[in-house]
Design a protein around this ligand. Sequence first.
Ligand code: TXA
Ligand code: MG
Length: 323
Amino acid sequence: MAGDRSDSRRGEGEHPAHGDALDAALAALRAGGLVILPTETVYGLGADASDPAAVAAIYEAKGRPRFNPLISHVADLATAERLAVFDDRARKLARAFWPGPLTLVLPIASDTVVCDLARAGLETVAIRVPAHPMARELLARFGGPVVAPSANRSGRPSPTTFADAVDETGAKAAAALDGGPCVVGLESTVVALLDAPRLLRPGSVTRDQIEAIIGPLAEAEDDAKRSPGRLARHYSPEAPVRLNVDAPAPGEAYLAFGPTRASGNVLNLSVSGDLREAAANLFAFLRAADRTQPTAIAVAPIPAEGLGEAINDRLSRAAGYVG
Ligand code: TXA
Ligand code: MG
């Protein structure tokens, strides 16, 4: 399904001159490639949020990948309202701070185009409208949401200059936009508006500024504070999950990987054993398997290298091995 589009994703270092850069970035996004894009906070590594294979490539490009949910960037509030359910509080904050360094975590719209992998399987989505003119133009022309984590490799600081961004993940990007140094230099403030409004990540839009508009903010939950990269509770299936299973038991749903002799309630994450395709299918297949109300979801062994690390990390969580 995903196929191997790695060649079209790689620009091999040829970044076109400034005037053509936007066209190249747009073409790259449309082709499922990755784009380095400037925002007012930090440089992001962007991809089409509706394309699971493109989103998988982002996690892969960051190295030591983990499937944390990503922020969907859009051109304006009208586009954002197609992705998520906005209540009064959300609209007030959007009107006050967009475009700008505020991210809102909201329930997904039933017909949201943001794919499962971009949301790490959650029924919520993080959205922001960045203020950087180049990002806004790209997003307006693209029309849909672009997921963009900071363009650093995993465990390294977020890049705030074009040179740093290219240094970090430029080799994985099909296009790169030089928007100069980031004026904010800190990631966006993240506020969840699910039940009580909650500050998930402090940023340059301050608690006071937000509280002035929607009233008191609750703190992020304690476990979120201890591990800032994992603020979100991740999707967990109802059925127990069993890992490294070669032959599922009767009554179990089976997530295969590569060739398998299993038959019955079987979904194959990737018949050809392609990790990017498996990543792209993972959350949707966990959900589909769960809907069959199996005694358990048995999962085939997944190799540990590359994206396999993130797939295994996510599966261990689903199996309840990690907090
Ligand atoms: O300033 C920024 O926000 C930058 C620029 C590029 O826009 N992006 C950025 O993305 O910092 P990232 O992926 O490094 O951080 C996303 C944050 C994480 O803390 C993640 O846990 C949280 O947003 N997040 C995303 N979706 C979420 C969700 N559905 N529920 C809770 N938290 C979520
Ligand atoms: Mg980051």
